[in-house]
Ligand binder design. Structure first.
Ligand code: PRP
Length: 180
């Protein structure tokens, strides 16, 4: 069972539901006369994205992008690769980049530059989790669900070696799992 590898639960399903609903309500307020395009950065953000868009009540559209930076390790390599690009053109659009976690900032720093070069009308960053103590690149989220300490977290889309994404809560992984 995946649960046995969890040291403690950081955010329960209820806590996640409440916070994601608040974030959706904030986006509703901020985009009154605009129709944002939400861009989910795969794979980690897929569950957050699914819940976030359902808590937005105004018209919006979605697109997906896949990048890879961690491989099977636990720390960012600084190497970012676009694995899947957007389907939509973003020029002139109000885009919101949706991430599961902002850590060193390497991924987002690179990605935001690429997206900015395509001339969207506006670009904002929405992350469920933020680890400010780990930041290497100067990236700040416009919408941030929770600020967290430097622990290895999994669940609700976040993985270790592609596992644990399906846990319905966010938990801290037991170090013995990745120190083998
Ligand atoms: C995670 C997360 C961000 C990135 C953040 O992705 O989704 O994209 O790491 O880390 P950084 O701020 O140090 O760059 P990951 O590479 O683990 O891929 P995944 O989304 O497929 O799990």
């Amino acid at each position: 069972m995946l649960h046995q590898d969890i040291e403690r639960i950081l955010f329960t399903e209820d806590e996640l539901r409440t916070r994601v609903a608040e974030m959706g309500a904030q986006i509703d307020q901020d985009y009154v006369d605009r129709k944002p395009l939400l861009i989910s950065v795969l794979r980690g953000s897929f569950i957050f994205m699914a819940d976030l868009v359902r808590s937005i009540t105004r018209p919006c559209t979605v697109d997906f992008m896949a990048v890879s930076s961690y491989g099977a390790g636990v720390t960012s390599s600084g190497q970012v690769k676009i694995v899947k690009d957007l389907t939509e053109q973003i020029e002139g659009k109000d885009i919101i980049v949706v991430e599961d976690i902002l850590d060193s900032g390497n991924t987002l720093h690179y990605l935001l530059q690429i997206l900015q070069a395509r001339h969207p009308a506006s670009i904002r960053l929405c992350t469920l989790l933020d680890k400010p103590s780990r930041r290497i690149k100067p990236v700040e989220a416009d919408y941030s669900g929770f600020s967290i300490p430097d622990e290895f977290v999994v669940g609700y889309g976040l993985d270790y070696a592609e596992q644990y994404r399906n846990l319905p809560y966010i938990g801290i992984l037991k170090p013995c799992v990745y120190q083998k």
